[in-house]
Design a binder for this molecule. Sequence first.
Ligand code: SDX
Length: 428
Amino acid sequence: MAERSASLTINAEAPIELPVYPASVGPAVLDVGALTRQGYFTYDPGFVSTASCDSAITYIDGDEGILLHRGYPIEQLAEQSGHLELCYLLLHDRLPRPAELRDFVDSIKRHAAVDEQALNFYTGFRRDAHPMSIMCAVTAGLAALYHDAFDADDEGYRVDTAHRLIAKMPTLAAMTYRHSRGEPFVPPREDLDYAENFLHMMFAPAGGDYEVNPVLARAFDRIFLLHADHEQNASTSTVRMAGSTGANPFACIAAGIAALWGPAHGGANEAVLNMLAEIGSPDNIPKYIKRAKDRDDPFRVMGFGHRVYKNYDPRAKVMQDTCREVLAELGVDHDPTLQMAQELERIALEDEFFVERRLYPNVDFYSGIILKAIGIPVEMFTVIFVTGRTPGWIAHWKEMVSAPYKIGRPRQLYTGEDRRDYVPIDRR
Ligand code: SDX
């Protein structure tokens, strides 16, 4: 693949030639393998400048605020496509023909139910267990139900596993919510689409009727679509790392759920609402902006900033429009939380500290406000993110295991003691 090479000279040593591989779009990469043979490692804590793999699924240009899924801009997909069509695109690198989409949707509907035995996973959790702890556990538990057939080398197994995970995640999420409320589980229905089914399983009274609000269903389809994939973020990299050992894909997705939980990543949507509650009033915003700028103060404006985007997160713009639609539909468009978020965004975007550091709202800044307005409890917000992100995770797992790959094994800059002899305790 190398067309060019870089030459690296360290001290007076002979130059080290590093092949340069071109990307189809965006930055080329340097193959640094030769450095190890010369006794060096690259040093890149947090992998800020490291390409861990090659992938054809998602492309992000952080400076320009561009997000493409298989080349299609997120803005066009949000406007003209739907969540399940995007899931197909992520898995199969092209848009489906009508019959293919129908078959895919039917397969997802068929796999939406969860094995009776999986219902027992929930009985071990207290009602107030954090929903993300439950989602980690029950998803890993599915590995026990689908382990015998595990064959990552078989395309049919890979596709079936992807369909099962995409189909079951909303069901597991809704069951997690209902467990927390002590309500009986409501099974999925094949006459409802993906987002409608999710709302039905979440909010329908057991055995009773429930009318799904089409505006809320469309909002959830959009929320799932916007969260579907995002290149090699922390949780997707975790799924790839786990998958590189040959682990069961359900366990790999559980590892991704664990990584997404953190407030610096997928937990930010929950943290945004907690932050807005802590700020309490628009009058307090300047005080908190001041705290965010103080290096000695751990306070950060949650939902702002991004490792890659140094421009407005294109998903945040679509999410803000969806937020306005939902609040208007629910007659809460003067929601004080939304007004405070918009005031916080206005002040931050005019503040030199944020402008200099190119800190903009990210996907999590507005999503929490929508979810709160719909009545989703704050601790369930990241579970919604899990449901949206599962297609991306399993698409990356499928892409990786479908081609030759190496087990992930980073090295380190060792800063500990050199060799020293053991000292018996009576001589210390
Ligand atoms: C997601 O990777 C992905 O793609 C993730 C995601 C996905 O779809 O998978 O997009 C989802 O995780 C979005 C991010 C959600 N997290 C938050 O909203 C939490 C708040 N954001 C920050 O924690 C932070 O912005 C991170 C963790 C997201 C990024 O951290 P970085 O890479 O350290 O940020 P940076 O290098 O751009 O920071 C530059 C400066 C630093 O200050 P200085 O050292 O220059 O003085 O900006 C500061 C940072 O301290 N900074 C912030 C800030 N984010 C960065 N200061 C105040 N508030 C913030 N939110």
